[in-house]
Design a binder for this molecule. Structure first.
Ligand code: ADP
Ligand code: ADP
Ligand code: ZN
Length: 224
């Protein structure tokens, strides 16, 4: 059975770009009251601060490649020191390489902490490209929408905060293609990695958002 104890719930959401990690992990955040932490969001925040470090990070993101492991790992471990992470967290988009997974596993072991489970969302490549091309995001609160499958109540405006929605700069066709390729080469091996550790739960991401969410909640409830 699971290693969840004393109410902690440490989850990883794994999947290609556009699989629905952000959408689902934010719904889990709300239901289970644990923070959703997206390494992509952490890095976009650094980029928008205008720092030279942010500029360096942007160099990788705009081409659709991965940001070097040591940068992402140190940003994530710093974030996990936050008080809000004491009862658990949902990692969205981390780890993305076996190296990141190993470093993270070592950092957890050092703290006497552990992973509750890894939820891998699967979606075919052709569908991913369509999802990302029509994705719209709120730069203020991070909410994600889709022009056809997940529309905001008022066209072009965020349901939560009313901010005008925008398109992410890396959601352009050639960059999308590269991100999907990078996923297959560098991130997909994590499926086997976590399967071997008996942590993996696979979810069919082709279904409707609410149906997937129910399935994910069923998995999480089994972990407790
Ligand atoms: P998506 O949700 O579409 O998969 P993210 O917001 O998670 O996108 O990531 C956007 C970009 O940020 C990635 O293409 C990559 O350049 C960078 N990035 C995010 N997380 C990581 C990570 N764990 N390791 C390396 N690069 C990352
Ligand atoms: P990721 O974080 O894995 O890159 P997102 O959660 O941002 O993925 O979802 C990518 C796009 O697909 C968004 O526009 C989102 O609204 C939409 N989307 C998410 N889940 C589904 C789904 N099950 N069916 C159709 N569209 C979806
Ligand atoms: Zn918003």
């Amino acid at each position: 059975m699971s290693e969840r104890s004393a109410g902690t719930l440490n989850l990883i959401f794994l999947g290609p770009p556009g699989a629905g990690k952000g959408t689902q992990s934010r719904m889990v955040e709300e239901k289970y009251s644990i923070p959703q932490i997206s390494t992509g969001d952490l890095m976009r925040k650094e980029i928008s601060s205008g720092s030279s470090f942010g500029e360096e990070i942007n160099g990788y993101i705009k081409l659709g490649g991965l940001v070097p492991d040591h940068i992402v790992i140190s940003m994530l471990l710093h974030r996990l020191k936050g008080d809000d992470c004491k009862t658990g967290y949902i990692l969205d988009g981390f780890p993305r390489t076996v190296e990141q997974a190993k470093s993270f596993g070592a950092a957890l072991a050092e703290k006497g902490s552990f992973l509750s489970g890894v939820i891998a969302i699967t979606v075919a490549d052709e569908v991913l490209a369509l999802r990302l091309g029509d994705r719209r995001v709120c730069k203020k609160c991070g909410a994600t929408y889709h022009l056809f499958h997940n529309k905001p109540k008022l066209e072009g405006l965020c349901d939560n905060c009313g901010t005008e929605l925008s398109r992410r700069r890396d959601d352009e066709p050639d960059v999308i293609a590269n991100r999907i390729e990078v996923y297959h080469q560098q991130t997909a091996p994590l499926i086997e990695y976590y399967q071997n550790k008996n942590k993996l739960h696979i979810v069919d991401g082709n279904k409707k958002i609410d149906v997937i969410f129910q399935q994910i909640c069923g998995i999480i409830d089994e972990l407790s």
